[in-house]
Design a protein around this ligand. Structure first.
Ligand SMILES: *Cc1c(COP(=O)(O)O)cnc(C)c1O
Length: 465
């Protein structure tokens, strides 16, 4: 062994592995146990005091969850990670670890609707304000939004559905000049496409429900600390990190943990109290997914670029929002930050508006009509009438979410089948416009799909209850 860091694929399979000294299991066990035995009263005391670092209770830590935390921290080039039950829980833990009443956030406007709601509705009610930067490329707009109470910048590396890639280093530099950390959601890129910490981001969060899992069989979330931000640089900006804490024997989190103060606080004070603990079984499922992450994402991005290129050539399409295309205004950012590919979640807009979008969505049979992302299966959704229906038409227009916009999350199937399925969708779009027929090319029949889900009949209960 040399000191050289292994490659990404090696690390996604082996990173953070701790041998099972009891049985030698090659795959770490799933520790489905709410609590852990103390050998004696003295050990119980020491574990509560934190002087013995064994496990006590799964809300505070679990070996299966810790195994996945170590691996994700390595893949994201962070120092430490906290595994939680969903992406929304990850955002909540990260925000509550940094923000208090009276504080202020500057965020890109093109963030996930759930995170936007969390900031506006939940944290807003606790006295936390947020300002949105309409065009995240405008670094002056980020700087202009800063107030004395600003405590963090927030953005997504690849926002959905517009694939408007973030200038991570540019926004991080503005955040650091303002003395605050940049928190990024790296869900759609995954650490295989970009490691935001390497470009200056301070905290990385994920919905692990998406690409990190890939199988779409369970939710998860993670908060990763880059470990570089100096929480003491601006006096009293984070008093909960720098002031004496009785639980630490009168020391502060920064005294005890230095630059690890935020993640220690987020784990011990936020996550342990709020309780968004994932099931160790879901952690196991997530780890199974992570082991093949790079292979899946390679296929996802290749398929997505092929589909985007094909879409761009269709006469019914007015624009394709994929930063891998030379026509994208985000192409330069994608080349800089995402040399392996600009992800596989993107949108295209049909000239025929909502009617055309709905016709296409109703006609496809291989793409799943679903609100989910980063699944091995290809997914399709109409944002204007679903995820972004709560926005006013003006707000949607400002974000480029037109009525004819269709979002795709391109999976790992054979790309010819995906394009064939979209051809069927475009047949329906042309039929709607009075041209051509909606007939598909019958490929799904040969492949033996069950294209339409038959109505599920729930049998009446029988027997004695
Ligand atoms: C899905 C998603 C979330 C929320 O994650 P959940 O696991 O569904 O709670 C947050 N951010 C982004 C970018 C997402 O795609």
């Amino acid at each position: 062994m040399t000191d050289e860091r292994p490659g990404f694929a090696t690390e996604q399979v082996h990173g953070g592995f701790m041998p099972d000294t009891a049985h030698g299991a090659r795959v770490p066990a799933i520790h489905m146990s709410s609590g852990f035995l103390f050998e004696d009263a003295a050990q119980a005391r020491d574990r509560f005091a934190g002087t013995d670092d064994g496990y006590t209770y799964t809300r505070l830590g679990n070996p299966t969850n810790a195994d996945v935390e170590r691996r994700i921290a390595l893949l994201e080039r962070g120092t430490e990670a906290i595994l939680v039950g969903s992406g929304q829980a990850a955002a909540t833990v990260a925000f509550l670890g940094l923000l208090g009443a009276g504080d202020h956030v500057v965020s890109a406007s093109s963030i996930y609707e759930g995170t936007r709601g969390l900031l506006l509705q939940n944290l807003g009610r606790l006295g936390i304000a947020v300002d949105f930067v309409a065009d995240a490329r405008d670094l002056d707009a980020w700087a202009a939004a800063v107030r004395p109470e600003t405590k963090l910048f927030f953005a997504e590396t690849i926002p959905n559905p517009k694939n408007d890639v973030l200038d991570i280093a540019g926004v991080a530099a503005v955040a650091h000049r303002a003395g605050v950390p940049l928190v990024v959601d790296n869900t759609l890129a995954t650490p295989y496409l970009v490691q935001p910490v390497e470009h200056g981001a301070d905290v990385v969060i994920h919905s692990a429900s998406k690409f990190l899992s890939g199988h779409g069989a369970g939710l998860g979330g993670v908060v990763v600390d880059g470990g570089r931000f100096d929480w003491t640089a601006t006096l009293q900006r984070w008093p909960h990190l720098t002031q004496a804490d009785r639980a630490l024997g009168g020391a502060s989190h920064t005294d005890r943990y230095g630059r690890g103060a935020f993640i220690a606080y987020a784990r011990d004070v936020v996550a342990a109290r709020v309780g968004p603990t994932p099931s160790p079984f879901n952690a196991f499922l997530l780890r199974q997914g992570i082991e093949t992450l790079s292979l899946r994402v390679e296929r996802h991005v290749a398929n997505a670029l092929a589909v985007a290129t094909w879409l761009e050539a269709q006469p019914e399409v007015t624009s394709v929002d994929h930063a891998g295309l030379a026509s994208s205004p985000y192409h330069d950012l994608a080349r800089r930050y995402l040399p392996r590919g600009a992800g596989s979640v993107f949108a295209f807009t049909l000239a025929g508006g909502e009617a055309a979008a709905h016709a296409l969505i109703d006609a496809v049979r291989l793409f799943s009509r679903m609100t989910h992302l980063g699944d091995v299966r290809s997914l399709v959704l109409h944002p204007a009438s679903t995820t972004h229906a709560g926005r006013t038409p003006e707000e949607r227009a400002a974000q480029g979410i037109h009525d004819g916009l269709v979002r795709l999350s391109v999976g790992i199937e054979d790309v010819a089948d995906l394009i064939g399925d979209l051809e069927r969708g475009f047949g329906a779009v042309r039929a709607l416009a009075g041209r051509g027929t909606a007939a598909g090319h019958g490929r799904e029949a040969r492949l033996g799909f069950a294209p339409e889900v038959a109505a599920v009949t729930v049998p009446a209960p029988t027997g004695v209850l």
